[in-house]
Design a protein around this ligand. Structure first.
Ligand SMILES: [Zn+2]
Length: 385
């Protein structure tokens, strides 16, 4: 790689860190072989990264042919990231290591969804979570915030969040001024996609779709290793594809969007209507699905088929390697994923990408934390605050 020495050094760092992220521990000699860098360049960059405590020498294993070379690994434990997923009724908070493994998980209830209210809640949660973990502020390398809405990631500005009534709000910068830690913001689905790309089912994929089904439905398209955002940062708004002309009112203000006819609020409404009660909770619905109640199963089948129908168009357009599925509705497992897969496979033109569910409670907040850890791997961008 030509260029000035600081550019090539940055590129070599990225190359080595990403190799370790994907492969796990490997020796200096193996790094040189796989990357094509000279052994001297590898030794130099590794020394620098060890000095910064970003990578670490693990225990060498003794084999039949004697002591094996010392494996180098990312020092995941030595650095921390905060992740905050903003909701209308509270903030899901997590403190993670560099691999987005949660160390402390919190839910901070809020009544004030103004920017100031959110920033106050986040700045109050941080020291308390650090105290609970027994770690130091100096170990925190960044914080990530995921917002339901449209986010311009390059400027850190939330263009629009109907749920909070925000418009053109430089939330990243405002928060950064309060917490004095590098701050990244993004929309929920993209944050989930970043986590999947770094450490999840998308780790070894250059082209995949992250699909989330929960309160809403959304996708993030990863094309050639990067999130495809479009000209106005709103690419992948899968949930707002028109599914039923003149159908139900969607939160976006239009009628008949896919999410208005297949996301969880829709499922619950149909479930309640079938019982003639408004009080049935999500937990009641989950229990009915688990018990195999036919009405509950048919609701999931109908919603899943509708999602799969439109997913086939996405597959025809983008030909992803796999589709990683997240969101609260993954809890329904094959009862929902099965109908999505069948409807998609019936309608695709050629490729039938595998659906890979990868979701645990807390995945939204961990996605937000991944926005901060991605800086280390130079995956995408620099902080906004
Ligand atoms: Zn809509």
């Amino acid at each position: 790689m030509r260029g000035n020495s600081s550019t090539s050094r940055a590129l070599n760092r990225r190359l080595i860190l990403n190799l370790l992220r994907r492969h796990g521990p490997v020796s200096r000699a193996e790094i040189a072989t796989i990357t094509g860098l000279s052994p001297a360049a590898v030794t130099f960059v590794v020394a620098e990264l060890v000095e910064e405590t970003l990578i670490i020498e693990r225990e060498a294993v003794s084999g039949a042919t004697g002591r094996r070379p010392v494996p180098i690994d990312i020092n995941y434990e030595a650095h921390l990231a905060f992740g905050f997923k903003l909701n209308a009724d509270g903030i899901d908070c997590v403190l993670t290591d560099l691999a987005t493994n949660p160390l402390v998980t919190w839910h901070a209830p809020i009544s004030d969804t103004s920017p100031a209210g959110m920033i106050k809640a986040i700045s109050e949660a941080m020291p308390q979570m650090l105290a609970e973990s027994g770690r130091l502020q100096s170990e925190v390398m960044g914080i990530g915030v995921s917002i339901p809405g449209e986010v311009d990631v390059s400027s850190g500005i939330c263009r629009r969040s109907p749920r909070f009534g925000w418009h053109d709000l430089p939330f990243g910068e405002l928060l950064g001024e309060h917490v004095h830690v590098p701050t990244w913001i993004d929309d929920d689905i993209s944050a989930f996609a970043v986590a999947q790309k770094l450490f999840g089912a998308g780790r070894d994929r250059r082209n995949f779709v992250a699909l989330a089904v929960g309160t809403g439905i959304g996708t993030s398209l990863i094309i050639n290793g990067e999130i495809y955002r479009g000209a106005r940062n709103v690419a992948g708004r899968f949930g707002h594809i028109t599914s039923v002309p003149n159908g139900r009112l969607c939160e976006c203000g239009r009628h008949g969007c896919l999410m208005a006819h297949a996301a969880e609020p829709y499922m619950l409404e149909v479930w309640r209507a079938s019982h003639g009660t408004k009080s049935a909770s999500r937990a009641d619905f989950v229990a009915a699905v688990e018990a195999g109640v036919p009405v509950a199963i048919s609701i999931l089948e109908e919603a899943g088929a509708r999602i799969g129908h439109h997913l086939a168009d996405l597959v025809n357009l983008f030909d992803p390697e796999v589709i990683v599925v997240g969101g609260e509705a993954v809890q329904f497992g094959e009862t929902l994923i099965g109908p999505i897969r069948r409807a998609m496979e019936e309608r695709v033109f050629f490729s039938k990408p595998e659906l890979l569910p990868d979701w645990v409670p807390g995945s939204w907040a961990r996605g937000a934390a991944a926005l901060a850890t991605q800086g280390i791997f130079d995956f995408e961008r620099s902080p906004s605050g």
